[in-house]
Design a protein around this ligand. Structure first.
Ligand SMILES: [Zn+2]
Length: 500
């Protein structure tokens, strides 16, 4: 006679079915699920977990699912995630792109995508060798700090929440705003987030023990002048890499943190990610890293050809930051945490990290998604998540309304074309994708289609598979924009689509 039910296979959907309490001694919440550790263990035993192959992992998974249910979250993300369009693992993502590229006839498209893959490094040895399985590069984990997670979402007044929502809307036409309006909006985002005002001791004086709590910045004025300096160091004559782009990335990162991972990071960590977002292209001259490398520019020499631009953006940002005195009263630990999050976020905007981030997000999708409870997410996964958020925000133009998507794309191609002209004048070989202005409509549309298909779509689809409620709309918009580029390529454009 079987005394206990057989061990549960946690990969099955049956977990979504409420399990009846196995013992009258187990107290339950109103939804019928045990809540304390002892109760969890008691129920786990009755479910046969102790006899499973790996009792520790079994226990962990059991608790994780119970907590999901208790907290009203989706009980089993495995059941709800649409992973059909997500490719997992870094070598797989690169291999898939390499195979698609082999079919690609256009030299322009091919050169464009290869530029982003970084053929010279080929870190996984799979770009041209499709038989090789390659290896997943490991990245040293960054501590997400011992600071408790943010309680911002819980204490932000409703009117601030609504204003933050309006400042970070996907529909905002950032290109229609002036630089000073954008600067004002940037400061407002930090303000509404709750970073300014009192101090840690102010919080303590209220009798509430909030050692991790707000704010991060004592002087709003110092921070305001820091941001102003940052905005001035964006070159307004750059068609694309200007403060409009910087602000757009800040607004989108803020949106993604609030809607996807509101409780994953401490205020200081969130501050590091958000400041990085607005600084991530500061000092950009409208030329890509390869230009500095091939012209043997002092920046390339200084950074040994590695993430030349991104290293420069970090370095210039900290120069301005330290001069501003914003961090002068921080402890060494606070400064170190902020600096780590800032640098990791900015370095994640180097396209050479794209396939690694996309592959690792794909792995998370296939592993069942990201637990809604931050304590159950590993520090390395937390790092992948915030780096992906900043990177995805940097590549978010194709997820914007079609008119904005089109206008941003014109600017990107204008800037690349200008670099091509400069290279031509200086006697350098010009990459095929830099030889066509946006007025060359068919080439322009083809380039955008390849950018969406090879680069943006796999990344955003992985993100949307993890956070469908927050991001499904973006995928729909991306598909709409894809249709628009197809029509443009086929010279069958419906201009009305630019208003969607
Ligand atoms: Zn950027």
């Amino acid at each position: 006679m079987q005394l206990f039910p057989p061990a549960i296979s946690f990969g099955h959907l049956t977990l979504d079915t409420p399990m009846p309490s196995q013992s009258s001694s187990i107290s339950s919440t109103s939804s019928g699920y045990p809540i304390s550790g002892d109760e969890l263990i008691a129920e786990w035993r009755t479910q046969g977990g102790v006899d499973s192959e790996d009792p520790l992992m079994n226990m962990f998974e059991f608790a994780r699912r119970k907590l999901y249910i208790r907290d009203g979250c989706v009980p089993s993300r495995r059941a709800s995630i649409d992973s059909s369009s997500v490719t997992s693992s870094v070598p797989d993502v690169i291999r898939q792109v390499a195979e698609e590229l082999k079919k690609e006839k256009s030299e322009t498209v091919s050169s464009f995508i290869r530029e982003w893959i970084d053929v010279s490094d080929d870190p996984h040895g799979v770009i041209f060798d499709t038989a090789s399985s390659g290896g997943v590069g490991s990245t040293s984990p960054i501590s997400s700090s011992s600071m408790p997670r943010s309680s911002l979402s819980g204490i932000t007044p409703m009117k601030d929440t609504m204003m933050l929502e309006s400042l970070t809307r996907w529909e905002t036409d950032f290109l229609a705003l002036s630089s000073s309006e954008l600067l004002g909006r940037s400061i407002k985002i930090f303000d509404l987030w709750g970073f300014f005002g009192g101090t840690v001791s102010d919080s303590s004086s209220s009798g509430i023990d909030l050692p991790q709590a707000l704010p991060v910045i004592k002087s709003r004025e110092k921070f305001g002048s820091f941001l102003k300096q940052i905005s001035k160091n964006y070159k307004s004559t750059n068609p694309y890499h200007n403060f409009h782009h910087a602000h757009s990335v800040l607004a989108i990162v803020a949106n993604l943190i609030r809607n996807c991972v509101p409780d994953f990071y401490s205020p200081l960590e969130e501050f590091g990610i958000l400041v990085a977002a607005v600084c991530h292209d500061v000092g950009h001259r409208g030329l890509n890293s390869d230009f500095y490398i091939k012209t043997r520019h002092e920046l390339a020499i200084q950074y040994n050809d590695i993430s030349v631009l991104e290293n420069m953006h970090c370095s210039l940002s900290f120069e301005i930051l330290l001069r501003s005195g914003v961090t002068a009263d921080w402890s060494e630990e606070e400064y170190t945490i902020f600096r780590k999050f800032f640098i990791q976020s900015v370095l994640a905007t180097d396209m050479k990290q794209h396939f690694e981030l996309t592959g690792k997000l794909g792995d998370m999708v296939l592993a069942g998604g990201v637990p809604a409870i931050p304590e159950l997410v590993s520090p390395e996964d937390k790092r992948i998540i915030y780096c992906s958020i900043v990177h995805a925000a940097d590549l978010a133009n194709p997820t914007m309304p079609t008119k904005a998507c089109y206008n941003w794309a014109v600017r990107v191609v204008d800037e690349m074309y200008a670099q091509g002209k400069l290279e031509e004048k200086s006697g350098f070989t010009v990459a095929p994708f830099m030889r066509h202005p946006p007025t060359d409509t068919v080439e322009f549309a083809k380039l955008q289609l390849s950018f969406l298909g090879f680069i943006v779509s796999p990344l955003w689809k992985a993100m949307a598979a993890i956070w469908p409620n927050a991001l499904d709309d973006r995928i729909r918009q991306l598909e709409k924009n894809n249709k628009f580029w197809e029509n443009l390529r086929d010279q069958n454009v419906d201009r009305e689509q630019l208003n969607n």
